[in-house]
Design a protein around this ligand. Structure first.
Ligand SMILES: Nc1ncnc2c1ncn2[C@@H]1O[C@H](COP(=O)(O)OP(=O)(O)O)[C@@H](O)[C@H]1O
Ligand SMILES: [Mg+2]
Length: 263
């Protein structure tokens, strides 16, 4: 497709670029626009719109290292979150580390594009497993190439805040519940999150919602145990530091998870 066609699509069919263009003065927005909406990604958004998966992309929620998250709307008027993995700057070394050793992704091609696509697919599959295990995660809705579409966690049009940005009620209860969720994640969904922290937990309806599960690995992945302990320690340290909660010692958690000392 020619450059002109793409511009037409941008003008006519995709909600967000118009809005972005109006805000062009805002340097940050402009940067986000250029980095996220490369031609290939614009075409995928266009496809998602013509396939009626989404109606529009409304506004950016977050700009991250490897991707950006946007609020979108479906043709039925439902709010969704679109996570768009950036094609240009993704940190491949990091990604490869998690994909290698995961039997689900044994036969992937090793070029730049395929790896990014695999990563979006991996986050989708991980969300599916977690959702099936009744964990509190955004419901996965669809993925296409480097774009993942999931339930929007928020109220009306406002995204839910990250745990680090709010003061929660009953922190001890929430801490214990989180440890339980990690256990269900491990024993029922067969996964270890691998990047669990106050950054990747959202607070909605006074409950914690687990997000950012692209890097989650299967329980028998060579790094699984080490990541599991890291996740638990991150959560324990946060609740201890911020709320003075008496956290469970690592030893007792290891016992609960039936892990040996040397694992
Ligand atoms: N489903 C969602 N609903 C609402 N906001 C979301 C959703 N997923 C992510 N976000 C927001 O976007 C931020 C970045 O998403 P995340 O998946 O953690 O990506 P990364 O940290 O890799 O950039 C989150 O911290 C959260 O504020
Ligand atoms: Mg995150």
């Amino acid at each position: 497709m020619s450059k002109v066609d793409i511009d037409k699509i941008i003008e006519k069919d995709i909600g967000i670029p118009k809005k972005f263009e109006r805000r062009e003065k805002d340097a940050d927005n402009r940067k986000t626009y250029d980095e996220v909406f490369d031609r290939a990604t614009l075409l995928i958004i266009y496809k998602l719109i013509t396939n009626k998966v989404i109606l529009s992309v409304d506004y950016p929620i977050s700009t991250g290292k490897e991707g950006n998250v946007f609020k979108g709307t479906t043709p039925e008027g439902k709010a969704v979150a679109l996570k768009i993995y950036r094609m240009a700057t993704a940190t491949f070394k990091n990604i490869i580390r998690y994909i290698d050793g995961d039997p689900r992704f044994k036969n992937i091609k090793r070029n730049h594009r395929s790896i990014i696509y695999t990563w979006a697919k991996k986050e989708f599959r991980n969300l599916e497993r977690m959702h099936k295990a009744n964990l509190n995660v955004p419901k996965p809705l669809a993925f296409m190439k480097n774009i993942l579409i999931m339930e929007f966690i928020g109220e009306d049009d406002l995204p839910a805040p990250e745990l680090r940005h709010v003061e929660i009620k009953q922190p001890a209860k929430k801490y214990n519940n989180m440890i339980k969720q990690i256990k269900i994640l491990y024993s029922k969904a067969g996964l270890v999150h691998g990047d669990l922290s106050e950054y990747n937990l959202l607070v909605r309806d006074d409950k914690l919602v687990i997000i950012d599960v692209g890097q989650a690995v299967v329980y028998d992945h060579p790094h699984a145990k080490e990541l599991l302990i890291k996740d638990i320690n991150n959560i324990s340290h946060y609740f201890k530091r911020r709320y003075g909660i008496q956290v469970r010692p690592e030893k007792s958690i290891r016992e609960t998870l039936s892990l040996r000392e040397d694992e």
